[in-house]
Ligand binder design. Structure first.
Ligand SMILES: [Zn+2]
Length: 156
């Protein structure tokens, strides 16, 4: 019997700006770093516009960001992904998470969350409605361990 070698995943870097205004120098630097990292790994570099928060979006900002990136030689290896095109898919996943007890609605603003960004008001037990609240994914009560390329081993 012949063994097959599993396919090696091609490296993928990405930049995912929110169109809340013009691209600022910090974001451009982040885009350049992720682009160079992807090129160093002979991978792809993807652009994904986070255009799913209409109240915060500035008209024309998305195209301005793409123009700015292109002017600096930063163009996606593939078709740019516009997150608003995935709304139906996201809604379906959110419903699935809610229906399986892996998510809940939370009314805690960011300033009231604990240092890890978790709900502190027991919103999961209150069965809150969707309108005006945030959807939170239920995390395991055990520690999450992972290795970050920059910061090393992380336990949260
Ligand atoms: Zn909460």
């Amino acid at each position: 019997m012949t063994k097959t070698t599993p396919p090696v995943a091609r490296y993928r870097g990405r930049f995912a700006p929110s169109p809340t205004g013009p691209l600022h120098l910090g974001s451009l630097t982040t885009a350049l770093a992720s682009y160079l990292d992807a090129m160093h790994h002979q991978g792809d570099w993807l652009l994904r516009l986070e255009d799913i928060d209409p109240p915060r979006e500035v008209e024309g900002a998305a195209l301005g960001i793409l123009d700015c990136l292109a002017a600096h030689g930063l163009e996606s290896s593939h078709t740019t992904i516009w997150q608003h095109n995935n709304w139906d898919r996201y809604r379906a996943v959110c419903h699935k998470l809610l229906n399986t007890g892996h998510a809940f609605y939370c009314q805690c603003p960011r300033r009231q969350q604990d240092s890890l960004g978790r709900c502190i008001s027991d919103c999961k037990q209150r069965d809150l409605a969707a309108h005006g609240n945030n959807l939170r994914v239920t995390l395991p009560t055990t520690n999450l361990d992972f290795v970050d390329r920059v910061n090393g081993a992380i336990t949260a």
